[in-house]
Design a protein around this ligand. Structure first.
Ligand code: COA
Length: 431
């Protein structure tokens, strides 16, 4: 079969492609830095063609103009994660939020969220007719598999990555060729507090461990303390530029992994062009859909897995709120619980919840009780280590009394007295 001929027959302009979206359709948009920004721009520019199109998107790194008040009649956003560009719309009731563990998102496409249209971005086609999903396999590939219609932006800048991360041209309905740099996530600034948190987390990491790291300054701070470790591996929802220095030094080499030895296993990637060049055609980096990478039953096959995630509040029982401040949804569960559970289930796993002890020095993140209305993201039976710039509290296997003591010791000194009073009332014992 001449796949090039098949491909050529599917090439249309973006304006032509988005005409095939109908009012009332559910459109699932490619995730994070894999977002097909050009298709979204053209869809929003042609908004008068539709009413009430549901936009399902997770980490929206682009403009998320479908959320703007003036586009309310045309689009309704169903967020499976809330971020900077979508928070206001959810808060003001113009968008909805669906709580879901990241690894279960693909299941929703088979149940409550059947997909009419998948808007995706892929690498150019190879001679066998396959395009790579590049930096974003996650729910993007499963959405494309379930969709009644697939519109793909084919972008020469999208890296060609390995794993179970390809779509065949016969499964794409419309091809829109548009080359543009991918969305980048700039390297975070690491301050003194993050550095201290990183130092404490690094004290829990041993040679030969496999790491899961979230996004931001804390994971990068942790990595900066791992320069003298040996044979670390990665099985993570994602990784960013922060790991590259340790790869160059030979510290991260995946040699001691007990699952997919020798490979970085991830479901998406976020970083700069440097990261995207590193993963391009790199046989050591494999991307798989999130229902594989984040499935706790898969994660647990990694012995010595250390997961590092962040949160908004921890109460004295060890209940962790990571996605809402009271009733206000500011984020989502993402892969946090997937990895906490996977680490807990595996041999010698450690799940770390790392956070600054305060919000800008004003509010303690260690609190007597979670704010009213806050969702408990990681439950008290799942929680293991909590780390702040003041140290490490190990909670799993400890009583409520022991947990409270350990947490107060790593709270900011300005709030310890207040918390100690709560301790004394609750446990009838001097702190
Ligand atoms: N009380 C009041 N406000 C709080 C707060 C608290 N206890 N904790 C955080 N906030 C505010 C911050 O001030 C900030 O507000 P601003 O944007 O107006 O400055 C906002 O909430 C976000 O907090 P910040 O600490 O800047 O967020 P972050 O970028 O460090 O991310 C989480 C922290 C918890 C939101 C993020 O780690 C997350 O989404 N976790 C859940 C998902 C996850 O773990 N995924 C797994 C791996 S990717």
């Amino acid at each position: 079969m001449d796949w090039r001929e098949v491909y050529n027959q599917k090439v249309v302009t973006a304006e032509e492609a988005v005409k095939h979206i109908a009012s009332g359709n559910r459109v699932v948009v490619g995730h994070a830095c894999g977002e097909p920004s050009y298709l979204l721009d053209v869809m929003v520019a042609n908004k008068e063609q539709y009413e009430n199109v549901e936009i399902v998107h997770m980490v929206a790194m682009g403009k998320a103009e479908y959320c703007l008040p003036e586009n309310r009649k045309h689009f309704r956003h169903n967020a499976i994660f809330v971020g900077g560009t979508t928070r206001k719309a959810v808060e003001e009731g113009r968008a909805d939020f669906t709580p879901v563990y990241f690894h279960e998102v693909p299941k929703l496409f088979k149940t409550t969220l059947p997909v009419d249209v998948a808007l995706i971005q892929v690498s150019p086609m190879d001679e066998h007719g396959y395009c790579s999903f590049g930096v974003s396999s996650d729910y993007t590939k499963p959405a494309a598999e379930e969709a009644k219609m697939v519109i793909a932006q084919v972008n020469k800048e999208m890296p060609h990555t390995m794993g179970d991360n390809f779509i065949h041209i016969s499964d794409i309905d419309f091809v829109v060729e548009h080359d543009a740099p991918l969305i980048e996530l700039p390297n975070p600034k690491i301050g003194d507090i993050e550095r201290e948190i990183g130092r404490h987390c690094a004290s829990l990491i041993n040679d030969g461990d496999t790491l899961q790291l979230g996004i931001g300054a804390i994971p990068d701070a942790v990595l900066s303390f791992l320069g003298d470790k040996k044979d670390l591996g990665i099985h993570s929802e994602m990784f960013s530029d922060g790991v590259l220095g340790l790869v160059d030094k030979g510290v991260i080499n995946n040699k001691k992994k007990t699952f997919k030895k020798g490979k970085f296993i991830v479901t998406f990637l976020m970083g700069t062009k440097k990261l995207y060049d590193f993963v391009h055609d790199n046989p050591a980096v494999e991307l798989y859909p999130v229902n594989f990478v984040n499935d706790p039953k898969v994660i647990m096959q990694n012995d010595n897995l250390v997961s590092i995630n962040s949160c908004v509040q921890v109460d004295l029982m060890g209940q962790v709120a990571s996605e809402s401040i009271g009733i206000k949804q500011i984020s989502g569960v993402g892969g946090q619980v997937d990895f906490v559970r996977g680490a807990n289930m595996g041999n010698n796993g450690r799940a770390i919840m790392a956070m600054p002890s305060t919000v800008k020095g004003k509010v303690s993140k260690i609190v007597p009780l979670l704010d009213e209305g806050a969702a408990t993201t990681t439950g008290r039976c799942d929680v293991d280590y909590v780390v702040t710039e003041y140290g490490v509290a190990q909670l799993k296997g400890h009583t409520l009394r022991e947990r409270a003591r350990a947490l107060i010791k790593i709270a900011h000194p300005d709030f310890r007295e207040e918390l100690a009073k709560v301790f004394e009332e609750r446990f009838h014992e001097k702190f």
